[in-house]
Write a protein that binds this ligand. Structure first.
Ligand code: MRU
Length: 343
């Protein structure tokens, strides 16, 4: 398995790079059942919207290979995390194959493995296209602010927002990435810094609260983030703190870009108000590693995502092109283009 590939199918099992252990160690998990896949998603051994979607698709393939009830497997996987629409997008795509399938159980299992592999490979290709579409938006020697982890680990391989930084670096643009550490789970400090380090891309980790100061003092050229769900009007759910970052970017006149495959665009959700926001365990905030940092008895609120209103977003970069406001018009057009298979 390549250095950062988040998931890989190995004949009868799904192999995952356990993201909870990075950067301390690289541990691979071998999953054989849809329940194991759902648990890995819930506990964030695999995380990031596109990676979750592809993993769930393989969860359905595993159920079929084992002759398990696909309705039940679909239900268990759908309940694993609520916000990233890629999970539901991938499960819907798998369901269109298994529902009403008329061939043998063996043929169905084979067909589902193929479809999950297709979802995974399409994601890698989509990420590279996102990076190429974004190139004209990245000035030479750009200072780019990034939130959470949107790299190879968050996708199947390569990455969306971090993929843009990678492609700009590979194109010789001498970019420098400022990485929000992304409390409480530190996807920026642990995962994005790990990827940038391995790739030799110049970067600096900052605490989330430093972003306004860094915009003011260093002169950030652009912010680029990923997305877990983009509503029809462009409102975008992403890792908690993204909204604050967009407000700071607007104040400082910094362009704010969202990078995501069209599988993250949910045209059925009209505005961000309809996006379900996951609330995770208070312990994620109350502890830094094994050390309790919040007094016993102090309540903690831990939303995992927030919604950035469309009006704060400069553009949304997808594998089939860039959507500019008004997003109610540009997003449906891009989704139609993607479904037509044109890029
Ligand atoms: O809770 P996580 O780590 O799954 O959240 C991930 C994010 O918010 C990412 O920015 C998003 O999924 C885009 S990943 C290409």
């Amino acid at each position: 398995m390549s250095t950062f590939r988040s998931i890989e199918w190995q004949g009868d099992r799904l192999v995952l790079l356990d993201q909870r252990r990075i950067p301390e160690e690289k541990v691979y998990l071998e999953l054989f059942t849809p329940e194991e896949v759902a648990q890995a998603i819930r506990e964030m051994a695999v995380r990031g919207a596109p990676a979750i979607g592809a993993a769930a698709a393989f969860g359905i393939a595993l159920a079929a290979l084992r002759g398990e009830d696909l309705v039940e497997a679909d239900k268990v996987l759908r309940a694993s995390r609520p916000t990233a629409v890629n999970l539901f997008w991938a499960l819907d795509r798998m369901k269109r194959i298994w529902e009403g399938y008329e061939g043998s159980p063996e043929a169905l299992a084979q067909r589902l493995v193929e479809e999950a592999q297709k979802i995974a490979e399409e994601d890698v290709e989509a990420n590279k296209r996102i990076g190429r579409h974004a190139l004209p938006l990245i000035p030479d020697e750009a200072k780019i602010l990034h939130h959470c982890n949107t790299g190879s680990l968050a996708t199947v391989d390569y990455g969306t927002a971090l993929g843009i930084i990678r492609i700009a670096h590979e194109a010789g643009k001498k970019v420098h990435a400022f990485l929000d550490e992304t409390r409480p789970r530190l996807q920026g400090a642990r995962l994005s810094a790990f990827e940038m380090n391995e790739l030799g891309i110049p970067h600096t980790v900052i605490v989330d609260g430093a972003s306004g100061h860094v915009m003011k003092t260093f002169g950030i050229d652009l912010v680029v983030v990923g997305a877990d769900r983009i509503a029809r009007n462009g409102d975008t759910a992403n890792k908690i703190g993204t909204y604050n970052l967009a407000i700071a970017a607007r104040y400082h006149g910094v362009p704010f870009y969202v990078a995501a495959p069209t599988s993250t665009i949910d045209l059925k959700t009209r505005t961000g108000a309809e996006i379900p926001i996951e609330e995770r365990a208070p312990e994620e905030v109350a502890y830094c590693g094994p050390v309790r940092v919040v007094p016993e008895g102090s309540p903690v609120y831990n939303p995992a995502f927030d919604v950035t209103p469309a009006e704060l977003i400069t553009a949304i970069i997808t594998e089939v092109g860039i959507a500019y406001p008004p997003f109610e018009e540009s997003l449906p057009a891009l989704v139609a283009k993607a479904q037509g298979g044109r890029a």
